[in-house]
Write a protein that binds this ligand. Structure first.
Ligand code: ATP
Ligand code: MG
Length: 224
């Protein structure tokens, strides 16, 4: 499903101090695989995720997702690709604090031109899947950290993306909420989603589903 071929990413390429954050990364990910991307801080995990999500472009090399050459997509196409194919889950949740859970979850569907009944139905389904439906009308600032993360999961699922990308998803969660998060990932894996998680959290060392551990060091894959 994802072919990453000989990717390099150089920041500040034209300055006197260019920095090569990714060095010749080649990685193939099959549909429905769960990839755990590990490595110390600064090893390039988030940079790699942002290229797969087409939030940024590689300096050289190519990335093909589902037959589409996303490393060359113009910006407008890149945002369509993200909206259609990818669910993001971040460490800091990136929710709109003043809005309700349901409003946050509906937001990604606004550009879809679906009617409001369909939108509400899809939001309800993904809230249930993430275990946050009972807080639908509460504002984000009233939620606990674990509840915010479940809201972020529901928002990531509402467009029914094929690919779920998580960057340090458990960094702000306690053990119980981290385990709940892993349970939800397990459900997503069973639903056929492809999952990529960048994390330092040792809780990902033993998972209740099949996964592939990839270790990064200094912009390279050092261990699979
Ligand atoms: N926009 C940027 N401009 C310049 N350097 C950058 C930029 N983004 C990232 N870097 C550098 O690239 C390297 C890799 O960063 P990245 O965020 O991918 O690491 P990471 O493995 O996700 O680390 P962490 O575990 O701390 O999140 C770091 O040295 C970082 O300083
Ligand atoms: Mg990171």
């Amino acid at each position: 499903m994802i072919e990453i071929e000989n990717i390099h990413k150089i920041f500040n390429e034209k300055s006197s101090e260019p920095f090569e954050a990714l060095k010749s990364i080649t990685l193939h990910i099959a549909k429905n695989e769960a990839i755990i991307l590990s490595g110390v801080s600064g090893s390039g995990k988030s940079t790699l995720l942002s290229l797969i999500a087409s939030l940024d472009k590689p300096s050289s090399g190519k990335i093909v997702v589902d037959g589409e050459l996303i490393s060359k997509l113009p910006d407008l196409h890149a945002s369509h690709y993200r909206a259609k194919s990818i669910g993001f889950i971040f460490q800091h949740f990136n929710l709109l604090e003043a809005l309700s859970v349901e409003e946050n979850i509906i937001a990604p569907l606004i550009p879809s031109r679906l009617d409001i009944i369909t939108i509400k139905k899809q939001a309800q389904e993904s809230m249930q899947r993430a275990g946050i439906a009972h807080k639908a009308s509460q504002t984000i600032r009233e939620l606990s950290g674990g509840e915010k993360q479940r809201c972020a999961i529901a928002r990531a699922l509402v467009t029914d993306p094929k690919l779920i990308i998580c960057d340090e998803p458990t960094a702000n969660l306690d053990k119980a909420n981290s385990l709940k998060f892993i349970e939800i990932l397990s459900t997503l894996k069973a639903l056929g989603k492809t999952i990529i998680v960048a994390t330092h959290d040792p809780i990902f060392d033993t998972l209740p589903f099949e996964s592939r551990l990839i270790k990064m060091e200094d912009g390279r894959i050092v261990d699979e």
